[in-house]
Design a protein around this ligand. Structure first.
Ligand code: AMP
Ligand code: MG
Length: 488
């Protein structure tokens, strides 16, 4: 471990770089012309133990651009594979490098990755670069997800490079500094299973366990327990997505982490109208990654992880398959548990009753039928202002409200406590698509204030503060249907 505490607070270890060579290629970022910091996450910098003042500087810009390698870093591009829209491919960091792992003052370990840092051996035809818009978008959504209390990679900084990159038109180039518990993916294991040796696969699994599931290190069949734990974390994560109406948009196996953090904010977006079939991504023509399909895709991806782990699960492969299937079949139950618990909280329910599920389902069905806004419906219920939803006035909603009130009355907790539970469970604001676009457009014209203000509001979406009010308005009908693009 190299300490640089005298300087900017960098405190790197490079455990990934100590893995077998097959898992990465040492790779420096490609320097850029004239880097300039346009976004810097002060509170995140502090929690990482970094000196925010020294880093929010010209020298910091050189580091976040990859022009200057901080002491102790050991830059590399990670190898991984993945199923993209169901098709298996060799991938790897084609436009990112891992600088190393920052060990924080509280002894936590986080990957520091530069995204958009130039070509690597895994770039295939790509230029290794990223455009400003998509990197700012990832910044907003990842910090928004963090504010919502959803496990996620985070964004430390965005620099512009002073260079233009060729897409459909010329766009300003940018680099995002991404922070993650790790960048181990389901696709990393698929890569190991396909191109690594049996020993290398085992080494990778041991590494992942040590890094993310140290409590199971001594377990009897620890690789099976590892699979079980990843399934549990992903079920919890995807339930959280569903509860806030988040659509990832490109749930390829290379975009699913072993840590259980959400990663890779490309064509993602939040639903407004509740609709299980909602898709925003322009390339997801068949709705593979539609809102309501995310749990199914989750388990499909986890089945790919299970396949990769088979050689470690049992020496008899038939036996291994049975063990893996057994674990995979738990996903639905874990998901449902998390989802139901979350939905109960959204409705202010502390205890469980058998009829809760139909109560929830009937509300969702009404929202879908009448095109009600998902977030604002729960917000209206939280504020005890059902008249603010477009459902008001329908006989079925009146009946539903009666059922719900009766249900609330059957629990011990006071009105204050269930309202508080609802406030903590129903965000007043989410990164609404038109607000995100507005912030990006202003930023593109050099004005970052709109984005800063949006980030401020999103940092505590459960505050129900007066400043949040203007962020609860829906987009004009003309702004729909919203489309997102795989920002590369
Ligand atoms: P993503 O869609 O961001 O998950 O990326 C999928 C794969 O494409 C990863 O291997 C990326 O590194 C690679 N990739 C995306 N954009 C570029 C680019 N501009 N240059 C090189 N590789 C890229
Ligand atoms: Mg990716």
């Amino acid at each position: 471990m190299t300490k640089d505490l005298s300087e900017k607070g960098w405190n790197f270890d490079n455990s990934y770089a100590r893995l077998p060579k097959v898992f990465f290629t040492s790779q420096n970022p490609t320097p850029v012309q004239s880097p300039k910091i346009v976004m810097f996450n002060k509170s995140l910098a502090m929690s990482l133990g970094l000196d925010r003042e020294k880093l929010e500087s010209e020298e910091g810009a050189q580091v976040f651009a990859g022009n200057k390698i901080p002491d102790g870093a050991s830059p590399l591009a990670q190898a991984y594979a993945g199923h993209q829209f169901g098709h298996f491919t060799m991938l790897g960091d084609g436009r990112a490098v891992l600088l190393g792992e920052q060990i924080t003052p509280t002894d936590e370990r986080f990957d520091i990755q530069l995204k958009g840092s130039g070509r690597t051996p895994y770039s295939r035809g790509g230029d290794g670069r990223a455009a400003l818009g998509p990197m700012l978008r990832e910044y907003i959504i990842s910090e928004g997800m963090h504010g919502l209390g959803i496990p996620t990679t985070r964004s430390l900084a965005v620099v512009t490079t002073g260079e233009e990159i060729a897409r459909e038109s010329y766009l300003p180039g940018a680099i995002l500094t991404r922070i993650a518990a790790s960048h181990l993916r389901v696709g990393t294991f698929q890569y190991a299973a396909r191109w690594g040796s049996a020993d290398e696969l085992r080494t990778l699994a041991d590494y992942a366990i040590k890094r993310h599931y140290p409590e199971i290190e001594e377990n009897d069949n620890r690789y099976l327990t590892f699979l079980h734990e990843v399934i549990k974390r992903q079920a919890m994560l995807i339930a959280k997505w569903q509860l806030v109406g988040f659509i990832h948009g490109v749930m390829n196996t290379d975009n699913m982490t072993i840590s259980g953090e959400s990663i890779d904010y490309g064509p993602c977006a939040f639903i407004d109208t509740y609709d299980p079939a909602a898709v925003f991504s322009s390339i997801d023509r068949e709705g593979r990654y539609a809102y309501g399909n995310q749990p199914n895709i989750g388990v499909w991806n986890l089945a790919r992880l299970a396949e990769a782990l088979l050689p470690l699960l049992h020496e008899n492969q038939e036996e291994a398959v049975t063990l893996a299937q057994d674990k995979l079949s738990d996903f639905a139950q874990f998901f449902e548990l998390n989802w139901l618990e979350g939905m109960r909280a959204k409705l202010g329910l502390f205890n469980e009753e058998e009829q809760d599920k139909p109560l929830i389902k009937d509300l969702l069905d009404m929202m879908q039928k009448h095109g009600a806004d998902y977030t604002n419906t729960f917000r209206a219920l939280t504020l005890d202002k059902p008249e603010e939803t477009i459902l008001m006035g329908t006989a079925e909603f009146t009946q539903w409200l009666e059922r719900w009130k009766a249900r609330l009355g059957r629990q011990q907790e006071s009105k204050e406590s269930y309202i508080q539970l609802m406030k903590n469970s129903n965000p007043a604001v989410i990164p609404r698509n038109h607000r995100v676009e507005e912030a990006l457009e202003a930023a593109n014209n050099g004005d970052y204030r709109v984005m800063e203000k949006l980030l401020e509001v999103l940092s505590n979406p459960y505050a129900y503060s007066p400043e949040q009010l203007e962020y609860t308005t829906l987009p004009a009908p003309a702004a729909r249907p919203y489309r997102t693009f795989c920002g590369t």
